[in-house]
Design a protein around this ligand. Structure first.
Ligand SMILES: [Zn+2]
Length: 278
C-alpha cells in the first residue's frame, strides 16, 4: 500500500462534514442500546457523549472508554466511532462510554486546534477550555475504566502505531491490537516515531505526568480514571477508508483482547480504588 504523499508540513487529506456525521452517529446509537447526552461546554457548544450498560448478562463486565475527534484535522477517529456504533460491533458484555468528537469547532475549520486556538489535547492538567472543563467534569462522575482508548491520526506516520501507558506492567493489549490492524493497514515499523523509540508500531513511553506541564487526555485518564490506556494513531497520509478501518479494527481488537472473563491481573478487578490520585 502506497502513501498518498499529500501531507506536506500538515494534513492535506479529506475533510468531513462533522455535523452531519455526528447526527448520523447519534441517530444510530439508540437503536443499539446507547444513551445519548450532551455536555454543555459553552453557549452554542455542546459535546455529545454516549454510554451503554452491558446488553448481555455476564459475570464479568469490563468498563471500557474511547474518545475521538480531539484534533479537528484527524477525521478517521469520528468516522471509526460512527462505524463501530452504526455496525454495532463493540462488545455487548461491557460497560461502554464513548466520546465521538471532543473538538467539533476544530473539525468545522479542519484545524488541529479548537476555534479558540487551543490544542485541547494539551489542556488536561488544569483545564481552561470549555470543552475540556466539560469533558473532565463528566469523566469525574464516571467509574474507573479497565481500558481507555484515545483515537488519533498522525499526518507524518509511515503506518499505524500506538502508545501504551501501562505503568503497573499489566498484560499488554498491544500485540493482538497491532496484529489485527496489520490485516487492514500497514504498521509503522520505524525505530523512531514522533521522536520516541518504537518497536513494530508500539511506543511505551516512560514518563511521569506529574513532571509534565501540559497534559494530553491520556495523562488525565492515567492519573484519574485508568491504569491502562492506548493512544491509537492512524497514518493520515493513507486513504481515508484504510485509516477508518485501522482505528475501528484497533478499538474492537483492543476491547476484545481485554477478555470476556475476569483476570486477576486486570487493573480494576482488585477493586475500584486502585488508581486515581497519583
Ligand atoms: Zn491527534
Amino acid at each position: 500500500m502506497q502513501r498518498l504523499g499529500r501531507n506536506l508540513n500538515g494534513y492535506f487529506g479529506e475533510k468531513i462534514p462533522i455535523d452531519d456525521l455526528l447526527r448520523d452517529t447519534l441517530n444510530a446509537a439508540p437503536q443499539h442500546g446507547w444513551t445519548l447526552s450532551f455536555l454543555d461546554a459553552a453557549p452554542g457548544l455542546q459535546l455529545p457523549v454516549l454510554s451503554r450498560p452491558p446488553l448481555t448478562s455476564s459475570t464479568w463486565s469490563p468498563r471500557l472508554y474511547a474518545s475521538a475527534g480531539i484534533h479537528g484535522d484527524e477525521p478517521a477517529g469520528p468516522l471509526a466511532i460512527h462505524r463501530l456504533i452504526a455496525d454495532n460491533t463493540l462488545p455487548a458484555h461491557a460497560w461502554l462510554w464513548v466520546c465521538p468528537c471532543l473538538n467539533p469547532t476544530g473539525f468545522q475549520r479542519n484545524s488541529r486546534e479548537a476555534a479558540s486556538g487551543h490544542d485541547l489535547n494539551r489542556d488536561y492538567r488544569q483545564p481552561r477550555t470549555p470543552e475540556i472543563r466539560a469533558h473532565t467534569a463528566w469523566l469525574e462522575g464516571l467509574p474507573l475504566f479497565d481500558v481507555a482508548l484515545c483515537l488519533h491520526e498522525d499526518w507524518e506516520a509511515a503506518g499505524f502505531y500506538l502508545y501504551e501507558l501501562n505503568p503497573d506492567g499489566r498484560p499488554s493489549l498491544a500485540p493482538p491490537t497491532l496484529q489485527a490492524v496489520a490485516e487492514v493497514c500497514p504498521i509503522d515499523q520505524s525505530p523512531l516515531i514522533d521522536g520516541r523509540e518504537a518497536r513494530q508500531g508500539l511506543i511505551s513511553p516512560v514518563l511521569d505526568p506529574a513532571n509534565r506541564p501540559e497534559w494530553p487526555e491520556a495523562f488525565y485518564l492515567l492519573q484519574n480514571k485508568t491504569r491502562l490506556s492506548y493512544t491509537l494513531e492512524s497514518p493520515s497520509d493513507f486513504p481515508l477508508e484504510v485509516r477508518v478501518q485501522a482505528l475501528a479494527t484497533a478499538t474492537r481488537a483492543c476491547f476484545e483482547a481485554y477478555g470476556p472473563s475476569p483476570n486477576p491481573s486486570h487493573p480494576l478487578s482488585q477493586g475500584p480504588t486502585g488508581t486515581s490520585t497519583r
